[in-house]
Design a protein. Structure first.
Length: 190
């Protein structure tokens, strides 16, 4: 693992455990077994670390989810695969998801460029849901009256809300994966 990736991993873990504001660059350096100067060499600022955590996680997510649009024999199967992937990815990237859903919003609210980037990334992920839904409508596995755009946005918003509520300990929902996938499939299945 490169020094840069080690810094990102340890920063995500510390930010998730303590919060972005409560974590110092010195703590990150100690956890990553490096000098504080090395952190600033790679990221310039602590906020640069936060931005890289977001960008790395989202680029991996989008890359992985894109391959699932054409998975399965039908569109409903592809949608189920995408939903399962979302839960698996969130669990495998627990610290990063916590940081992205808790800390990133408060640090970008006046940064139009980053807000636009997040909006673009969100629209791209919605597009993958939409394509799976359209595929299901075309192959008959999803109800023909389904509005693919609105349904994709609704599913994305539901998943983001679930992650926020559970990662920030606002809701205990141990069966969220099964309940969410069953709900979506039953609501859309033709």
């Amino acid at each position: 693992m490169t020094k840069k990736l080690m810094i990102l991993r340890e920063a995500a873990r510390l930010f998730a455990d303590k919060g972005y504001n409560e974590t110092s660059t010195q703590e990150i350096a100690e956890a990553a077994h490096t000098a504080t100067g090395t952190i600033f060499y790679h990221f310039e600022t602590k906020q640069g670390i936060l931005r890289h955590i977001y960008e790395n996680m989202v680029s991996q997510y989008l890359e992985d989810i894109e391959g699932l649009v054409d998975s399965g024999d039908t569109g409903i199967e592809a949608l189920k695969n995408i939903l399962e992937f979302n839960f698996r990815f969130a669990e495998e990237n627990r610290a990063e998801f916590t940081v992205v859903h808790r800390d990133v919003p408060s640090h970008i609210k006046y940064d139009k460029e980053r807000i636009d980037m997040i909006r673009k990334n969100s629209e791209q992920s919605v597009e993958f849901f939409k394509r799976a839904i359209e595929r299901g409508v075309a192959d008959g596995s999803i109800k023909p009256e389904t509005n693919a755009v609105d349904t994709a946005r609704l599913i994305k918003a539901m998943l983001v809300g679930l992650v926020r509520m559970t990662r920030l300990n606002m809701m205990d929902f141990p069966d969220r994966k099964k309940v969410t996938i069953d709900f979506c499939i039953k609501a859309l299945q033709n």
